[in-house]
Design a binder for this molecule. Structure first.
Ligand code: FES
Length: 244
């Protein structure tokens, strides 16, 4: 919806600028012309979402539909010479698409519909234990790549007594954390993404330095008969030392 929203915001600015009526009406029309392509793209994205994401996506789509309808009414009113009425519909429409945009942002960033790659990886892993092989084969202090179903994870063994497993796909734009660098900050061992330098705390995946803003999901771990096992940790950031 970037093109329609950009056109409609500009139209609202022109509505309050002397001599801007005509250009504002054209921009409202331009937004309406661009809306079908934006809606089609949104529908394609929605079809790939998880069920709980789809619910938010439906509310997002409903808000945008109301917004488009109000802008259609605004354009019609303006065309028939009812400028004030047209401005009123446009303000209501802008409120609706603003709400739709906020929900779209929540979907993309918090629910991993698009931008937070790491959360999407976590969802794919599902809720079960995965065998990551013998603990003895994992070197201390070096990031190691392992697979958890379709999800790549980074394993960092810190000592005989501690191992961290995090989604490897960086929450920023998907960089491979298993190729990153592990460092031991004061009480806070961390890993640095090799693509843009985001730093995550290994204990709970908290981003200590951007550009990433979302947590890197951590996996629950356990050792059974000398083998490391990991499971997606739905509650997110609680980490527990595995016992050897
Ligand atoms: S992909 Fe990791 S910091 Fe950009």
């Amino acid at each position: 919806m970037q093109v329609p929203i950009g056109a409609w915001v500009s139209a609202t600015a022109l509505d309050f600028t002397p001599g801007g009526r005509r250009a504002a009406r054209r921009l409202v029309g331009l937004g309406l012309l661009a809306a079908p392509a934006a809606i089609a793209a949104g529908f394609a994205d929605w079809a790939d979402l998880e069920p709980d994401q789809r619910r938010v996506g439906l509310v997002h789509a409903a808000a945008n539909t109301v917004g488009v309808t109000l802008y259609a009414a605004s354009w019609s009113a303006r065309r028939n010479g009812h400028h004030v009425k047209g401005v009123g519909y446009a303000l209501l429409g802008l409120t609706a698409v603003g709400l739709g945009g906020a929900l779209g942002g929540h979907l993309a960033y918090s629910q991993a519909g698009g931008v937070n790659h790491a959360e999407g990886a976590m969802r794919r892993a599902g809720d079960r234990w995965y065998d990551l092989g013998p603990l003895d084969e994992i070197p201390v202090g070096e990031p190691v790549r392992r697979e958890v179903g379709d999800t790549t994870v980074v394993v960092v063994r810190r000592s005989q007594n501690g191992v961290h497993v995090l989604a490897s796909e960086c929450s920023h734009v998907g960089g491979p954390l298993h190729e990153g660098e592990v460092t031991d900050g004061p009480g806070e061992p961390r890993i640095t993404c090799p693509w843009h330098g985001s730093v995550f705390r290994l204990v709970d995946g908290e981003p200590l330095r951007g550009p990433a803003t979302a947590c890197q999901p951590v996996f629950k771990t356990e050792i059974a008969a000398g083998r490391l096992r990991a499971r997606a940790y739905a509650e997110g950031s609680v980490w527990k030392n595995a016992e050897v």
